[in-house]
Ligand binder design. Structure first.
Ligand code: DAK
Length: 264
C-alpha cells in the first residue's frame, strides 16, 4: 500500500528495529479522516508482521499537532445511520490495539484532542513535548468521546479530572498530564522524536518475546481482577522460562556479556 496521509519508516533515523509512523496532514492539524485511519491500520499491521521491527513510535507532522481529533469536516454531513452502518471508527480498537502485540509509543507533539487524544491513549505509553495539549472537547460539538476517551482517560487520570475534562472540554497541558499520569514524561519539542526513538530503541534491544509478554501482562491489569491477573502473570512467566532467550539472558548475566536474542 502506498501511503499519502501518513509516512512509515522502518529502522527510523538509524534506530535498528524501530518503526516511525507519522500522521501527515499538518495543514488540517493531522485531523483523523478515513484515509489516515485506513493507512494507519495497514501500517500497524505491517509493523506487527515484520519480525525485524520491535517497537514503533507514532507522532504527528509539524510542530502544532499530534492530531486535533477526528476530521470534523468529514463527519459533519454524516447521519446517525451512516455512523451506525459503517461502524464509523469502530474497527480501531480491534485492528490496532488488539492486533498490535508488539509495543508502540505515542510521541505527542502538540494538540491531542478528541480522537487524537484517544489515539494517543491506545499506545502503550505517551511521551509528550512541552507544548502538548490533551483534551476531549467533543462536548463542544454536541457529542461525546467515541473511541475510548471516556474509558481510557478515566482509567489513566481518575474520575474527577476525566469528568471535568469531558464536561468542560478543557485542555490539559503537558506538565499537568505528567502529574496526572497520562504521560510518562515531557521533553522539549525539538527533542521529542529523537528522545522517543531512543526509548523505543531501548525496548527494541530487549528479548522480543519477553517484550510482548510484559505488554500482555500489564494490559491484563485493566481487564481482570487482581487474582485473575496474578494467575496470568505467573503463567506467562512460566512460559517464558521455557524460552531460548531466558536461557541466553541468564547465561549472559552470569558470563558478564550482552545477551543475543532469538525472540523465542
Ligand atoms: N477536523 C478537521 N479540521 C480540523 C480539525 C478537526 N478536528 N482541527 C483543526 N482543523 C483544521 C481547521 O479547520 C483549519 O483548517 P483551515 O480552516 O485552515 O482549512 C486548520 O486545521 C487549522 O486549525 P485552526 O485554524 O482552527 O487552528 P488554531 O490554532 O486556531 O486552533 C485548535 C487549533 C486545535 C484549538 C482548533 O483547530 C480546534 O478546536 N480544532 C478542533 C478540535 C476538536 O474539536 N477535536 C475533536 C473533534 S471530534 C467516533 C469515534 C470518535 C470520534 C467520532 C466518532 N465513533 C466511534 C462514531 C471522534 C471525534 C472527535 O475527535
Amino acid at each position: 500500500m502506498t501511503y499519502e496521509a501518513i509516512t512509515a519508516e522502518a529502522n527510523a533515523q538509524g534506530n535498528a528495529g524501530v518503526t516511525l509512523l507519522t500522521i501527515n496532514r499538518p495543514k488540517a492539524l493531522n485531523a483523523l479522516n478515513s484515509q489516515v485511519l485506513e493507512e494507519l491500520i495497514h501500517a500497524f499491521a505491517a509493523y506487527q508482521a515484520d519480525d525485524t521491527q520491535l517497537c514503533a513510535v507514532l507522532t504527528g507532522s509539524g510542530e502544532k499537532a499530534f492530531a486535533a481529533g477526528a476530521d470534523i469536516k468529514e463527519m459533519s454531513d454524516k447521519a446517525a445511520a451512516d455512523f451506525y452502518l459503517e461502524d464509523f471508527f469502530g474497527p480501531w480498537t480491534s485492528e490496532i490495539v488488539k492486533k498490535t502485540r508488539k509495543p508502540w509509543i505515542a510521541a505527542v507533539n502538540g494538540f491531542a484532542l478528541g480522537g487524537g487524544c484517544e489515539l494517543a491513549m491506545m499506545a502503550d505509553f505517551i511521551i509528550a513535548s512541552d507544548n502538548a495539549k490533551f483534551g476531549q472537547p467533543e462536548i463542544n460539538l454536541g457529542v461525546a468521546p467515541g473511541m475510548g476517551g471516556s474509558q481510557r482517560l478515566t482509567r489513566a487520570i481518575g474520575k474527577s479530572k476525566s469528568m471535568e475534562m469531558c464536561l468542560t472540554g478543557r485542555m490539559m497541558g503537558a506538565e499537568e498530564a505528567e502529574r496526572a499520569n497520562l504521560i510518562v514524561r515531557v521533553v522539549p519539542q525539538a527533542e521529542l522524536v529523537i528522545e522517543t526513538l531512543k526509548t523505543a530503541a531501548t525496548i527494541a534491544s530487549k528479548p522480543p518475546m519477553a517484550t510482548i509478554a510484559n505488554k500482555e501482562m500489564v494490559n491484563s491489569a485493566f481487564e481482570m481482577t487482581l487474582d485473575q491477573g496474578l494467575i496470568v502473570e505467573r503463567r506467562i512467566f512460566q512460559i517464558l522460562t521455557a524460552s531460548e532467550d531466558k536461557a541466553e539472558g541468564m547465561a549472559a548475566f552470569i558470563e558478564k556479556r550482552e545477551g543475543q536474542w532469538k525472540g523465542r
